[in-house]
Design a protein around this ligand. Structure first.
Ligand code: PLP
Length: 384
């Protein structure tokens, strides 16, 4: 099948895999072993990777904490900050369109006695700053928003939200899992306190990520995982050197290729959208301008989502109805934009990446156009 699901995960770039392999075999030392060369070699590799990850987001390497991925980073950021600062207040704000790893973490904190405002977003998926400001209370301690949405690809104005938080002494956490390597992030100039990263969305391995924790002004967190005191006590556990080396290399590659890669992907995206929007009753989900070129989330009116997926089996894409696998619930993100159940159900997320070709895009247009036409012919609602 043609892979157009880069927002779910990406293949490990061959150059990344090549860098990782020696750290599985010869250079297998524990980075915490301070008494011999095996440990030193591993520690050096970990610190180089820390610099590479920091460089992509304009951070100091000392501000990077290794985790198992963005899910853990989101948990550590939100639970860690909320629990540490609970004495100051117990109110959090996050939009309804966040990833489950943020929303479910907030639900867990509600069970611990915190209060969470789940903010509505506009019909284009963006946060209205006035509505966010109105939701702030004297006891608000943390606001968490993503930078790039995983389902619809829209980009939030994190600089403006950060400024708003900074002026009020509110901790600002950003989930940047879908943003790293796609949009410029400069933490040295942006008032973000905590930022979650993942390797596998950016051509690195699964199971490794990082949390940026600002040092100036210092952001304090309570650890979730206790043990040997690794990562300055914030996240204990033996560091997976090969995974870390992979994330570092993947981020270094992204830093070098981001602008040319974005241009190519934008061209492919425009071609795909031109092809799909040549059909009638096709709707783009999410703001048309404030979005990464890697994502095209489209609803096809008058077709049934499950049947559409069956009709395009040669395409590896995500659907707004099958997202949470077992359930047939329509996407909560599309529902939050005010899309009807029908349009949410009949949506497809096409996500384009480093290895997508023009031929794949053209085949995709042909397959989807054929499948949609066929299904509409059978539909009693379609009379055009
Ligand atoms: N946040 C967002 C926006 C995501 O898209 C994902 C990926 O599914 C995650 C968090 C979770 O990342 P990970 O798979 O590294 O735990």
């Amino acid at each position: 099948p043609i892979y157009l699901d880069y927002a779910a995960t990406t293949p490990v770039d061959a150059r990344v895999a090549a860098k990782m392999i020696p750290y599985l075999t010869e250079l297998f030392g524990n980075p915490a072993s301070r008494s011999h060369a095996y440990g030193w070699a591993a520690e050096e590799a970990v610190e180089i990777a820390r610099e590479q990850v920091a460089a992509l987001v304009g951070a100091d390497p000392k501000e990077i904490v290794w985790t198992s991925g963005a899910t853990e980073s989101n948990n550590l950021a939100i639970k860690g900050a909320a629990r540490f600062h609970a004495g100051r207040g117990k109110h959090l704000i996050t939009p309804r369109t966040e990833h489950k790893s943020v929303l479910d973490t907030c639900r867990e904190l509600e069970r611990e006695g915190f209060e969470v405002t789940y903010l509505d977003v506009e019909s284009d998926g963006l946060i209205d700053l006035d509505k966010l400001t109105a939701a702030i209370r004297p006891d608000t301690i943390l606001i968490s928003t993503m930078l790039v949405n995983n389902e619809i690809g829209v980009i939030q104005d994190v600089a403006a939200i950060g400024a708003l938080c900074r002026a009020r002494g509110i901790i600002y956490h950003v989930d940047a899992a879908q943003a790293a390597g796609k949009v410029e992030i400069d933490l040295s100039a942006t008032p973000i306190d905590l930022l979650s990263l993942s390797a596998h969305k950016t051509y690195g391995p699964k199971g490794i990520g990082a949390l940026y924790v600002r040092r100036k002004p210092r952001v304090r967190l309570e650890a979730l995982i206790h043990g040997g005191g690794h990562e300055r006590g914030l996240r204990s556990g033996t560091l997976p050197t090969h995974q870390i080396v992979g994330m570092g290399e993947a981020y270094a590659l992204a830093r070098g290729s981001m602008s040319t890669e974005n241009e190519r992907i934008r061209w492919l995206r425009d071609r795909l959208w031109a092809g799909l929007s040549a059909m009638e009753e096709v709707y783009l989900n999410g703001n048309i301008d404030a979005r990464v070129p890697h994502n095209l989330n489209v609803s096809f009116n008058y077709v049934e989502g499950e049947s559409l997926l069956m009709g395009i089996k040669q395409l590896a894409v995500s659907s707004g109805s099958a997202c949470t696998s077992a359930s047939l619930e329509p996407s909560y993100v599309l529902r939050a934009l005010g899309r009807s159940d029908e349009l949410a159900h009949s949506s497809i997320r096409f996500s384009i990446g480093r290895f997508t070709t023009q031929a794949e895009v053209d085949t995709t247009i042909a397959l989807v156009t054929e499948a949609v036409a066929k299904l509409r012919e059978l539909s009693p609602l379609w009379e055009m």
